[in-house]
Design a protein around this ligand. Structure first.
Ligand SMILES: Nc1ncnc2c1ncn2[C@@H]1O[C@H](COP(=O)(O)OP(=O)(O)OP(=O)(O)O)[C@@H](O)[C@H]1O
Length: 257
């Protein structure tokens, strides 16, 4: 959550963002502003357009109309790799974790990627030592100190998610896009991952798609509700959750928790 007195600066803005799929409009004229240092959640019933909107932000999809402005620059026509280089990092669903490498090696690779030294294997050993120390410190931050040597594939599901958070943070994102961080989890993992996100992302800017409304109410500073590709409501959780139009849109939606 944002700290009191933190600057209120728009880091990401979409203007009239629209995506048509062969005549079907999945995202329609979306004007969204995300303030730096806040957690902004995107919610909405099935098929509301949340994933499509996310894919537009990360450039997996090209918009049919509209623009995306990141940190004052129009990035609408930039390639996904260029966006990542500017610090827009997506986590979850498209996992950045290598299953057969240990947790520590996974984090180390992310740190190396950040430093841009992936191919500089001739670097002195002390650089690698330094990376190892940083990797262990990051693992500690996400509660995985005891899993440092465990291959990702052998880790329980909730721990794997924690590792994904560590590899994302290793890239020092300026804007983190979290794609359903608690999807497929049991209640105890949901609580742990929610706590973890709240702790480690403090002060960072997050846009999060999340179905679990408890998670959203705990973490998000601001919520945008999408319905049929359009913004239906926006505001803090208490306000949005009492909005009759939002309640109506959610009625009968089977996956609302
Ligand atoms: N590649 C595509 N071609 C055609 N239609 C698509 C495509 N991708 C998404 N859609 C449609 O666009 C609409 C929005 O889908 P999207 O996956 O963005 O919604 P969502 O809010 O993420 O839904 P969910 O909560 O179920 O994941 C849906 O009706 C979907 O069928």
């Amino acid at each position: 959550m944002s700290e009191p007195g933190q600057e209120s600066r728009c880091i990401l803005e979409t203007r009239g963002l629209t995506k048509d799929f062969k005549g079907f409009t999945a995202v329609k004229d979306v004007n969204l502003k995300v303030q730096a240092g806040t957690i902004h959640a995107l919610i909405g019933p099935n098929g509301a357009g949340k994933t499509t909107f996310f894919n537009l932000l990360t450039k997996f999809l090209k918009p049919s109309a509209g623009s995306i402005v990141y940190d004052g620059t129009d990035i609408t026509r930039r390639k996904p790799a260029a966006i990542a280089q500017q610090g827009v990092i997506r986590s979850f669903q498209i996992s950045a974790v290598f299953p057969h490498l240990s947790a520590r090696d996974n984090v180390r690779i992310a740190l190396q990627r950040k430093l841009g030294i992936s191919y500089h294997f001739w670097r002195p050993i002390r650089v690698l030592d330094q990376l190892n120390q940083q990797a262990v410190a990051l693992l500690e931050q996400v509660g995985l100190r005891n899993f440092a040597e465990t291959p990702a594939v052998e880790m329980p599901y909730g721990r794997k998610r924690a590792l994904e958070i560590a590899t994302t943070i290793a890239l020092e994102p300026r804007l983190m896009l979290l794609d359903e961080p608690t999807q497929g989890m049991g209640a105890e993992d949901v609580g742990a991952v929610t706590d973890l996100i709240g702790r480690v992302v403090k002060g960072r800017t997050i846009i999060m798609v999340e179905h679990n409304l408890n998670v959203v109410s705990t973490l998000a500073d601001r919520i945008t509700v999408l319905n049929r590709g359009e913004i239906l409501a926006e505001g803090p959780y208490d306000e949005v959750s009492r909005n009759p139009e939002v309640m109506e849109a959610y009625m009968g939606a089977r996956d609302v928790e």
